[in-house]
Design a protein around this ligand. Structure first.
Ligand SMILES: [Zn+2]
Length: 354
């Protein structure tokens, strides 16, 4: 499959962090505008390389440090609108037709914005980006609570309050070690009482027990990463596999895994593209979706993730269509909108490539 075909192919991304995908030139301009002087360089290309190198350290904790710079320049209504609009534009230019973009509102209050103002600014930016992309993309926001803070219930309430205005669901993110998802149970119970969607980052730095807690204690509908579900799968010499009860539950209930291969290599959750568990999980029938996680920080986009997977496993358009349909099915959209996306955008888009 040629790169131009991959770029043209319709894609769906469910796991993309707003603060991990800024344009380097925008970071530099915003830093100048707000007087932020801690950037390692003011050259856009060098800055892009710096982010990628810092993220390549192999530690989730260090990887997360890179966000101090991006969040520092996202503290005003104008900055948030601009970053959100550019995010939608960049995703559309990469052939993404539907995206759920997540961010933690509490990390954008240093300039005095209220949580509602943060959400309104990002929503306005996303609508502007959709408009600039000529309607080729639909973007919804997911509001993220941070695992190490105690504001998750507040962010869950914010999610419910903004659900009719472009917010599709909730997530928790941040350092997994020492911050189990059940610490945020009151947030998840609030969302459940209000019939609201949520996903949880789990099974990235911590093993299957984190996924178990996210699914069975907290009630996550999707799992961010989830690759450590392989802890509960035994692969035999003849290539067959035996699933434990948790792995079976996740597969049999079609709980989507938001897999982000490049990010996993950077944080050490996987060793190489060739040995990434995505192929095993796919063959075993898990609902696997392919995602970017952080486009700037990981130096990636959806097309590049497709290229890496094509090189590692020989995937062609059939498999990419499968990932894309799986992602559309797992989207936090009403069923008729998911069906429309699949029947009117994704299926015809792949048919045109063949
Ligand atoms: Zn993530």
């Amino acid at each position: 499959m040629h790169l131009s075909d991959i770029q043209r192919a319709p894609k769906v991304v469910l796991h993309d962090h707003l603060d991990g995908g800024l344009r380097p030139a925008t970071i530099i301009e915003l830093a100048r505008g707000c007087g932020y002087r801690a950037l390692p360089t003011e050259d856009p290309e060098a800055l892009a390389v710096w982010f990628r190198d810092a993220a390549d350290s192999g530690s989730l904790e260090r990887y997360l440090e890179t966000f101090a710079h991006t969040c520092a320049v996202m503290q005003t209504r104008e900055a948030l609108e601009r970053v959100a609009a550019e995010c939608a534009e960049d995703l559309a230019a990469d052939g993404v037709v539907y995206a759920e973009v997540r961010y933690a509102p509490e990390q954008h209050q240093e300039g005095g914005l209220t949580l509602d103002e943060v959400v309104d600014a990002v929503n306005a930016g996303l609508r502007e980006g959709e408009r600039r992309a000529g309607g080729r993309i639909t973007v919804r926001a997911l509001l993220t609570g941070m695992r190490h803070t105690d504001r998750s219930l507040e962010i869950a309430e914010l999610t419910v309050a903004h659900r009719e205005r472009g917010v599709a669901g909730f997530d928790i993110a941040g350092g997994e070690i020492g911050n189990p998802p059940a610490r945020h149970l009151s947030a998840f119970q609030h969302l459940k009482r209000h019939n609201c969607h949520f996903t949880i980052h789990a099974g990235e730095a911590v093993g299957a027990e984190s996924i178990h807690e996210a699914v069975q204690v907290c009630g996550a509908e999707r799992i961010g990463h989830g690759v450590r579900i392989t802890d509960d799968i035994t692969v035999h010499d003849d290539g067959t596999a035996t699933l434990g009860h948790l792995a079976s539950y996740v597969r049999d209930n079609r709980i989507a895994l938001e897999v982000c291969p490049t990010s996993n290599l950077q944080t050490g959750a996987a060793k190489s593209y060739d040995t990434h568990p995505i192929d095993l999980l796919r063959r075993l029938g898990f609902r696997v979706t392919l995602n970017t996680d952080n486009r700037l920080v990981s130096g990636t986009d959806m097309s590049l993730e497709f290229v890496h997977m094509a090189e590692a496993f020989g995937y062609g358009p059939e498999v990419f269509e499968e990932f894309t349909v799986a992602a559309a099915e797992a989207a936090f959209l009403p069923l008729p909108e998911r069906r429309r996306l699949i029947d009117e955008v994704i299926r015809p888009g792949y048919a045109a490539l063949r």
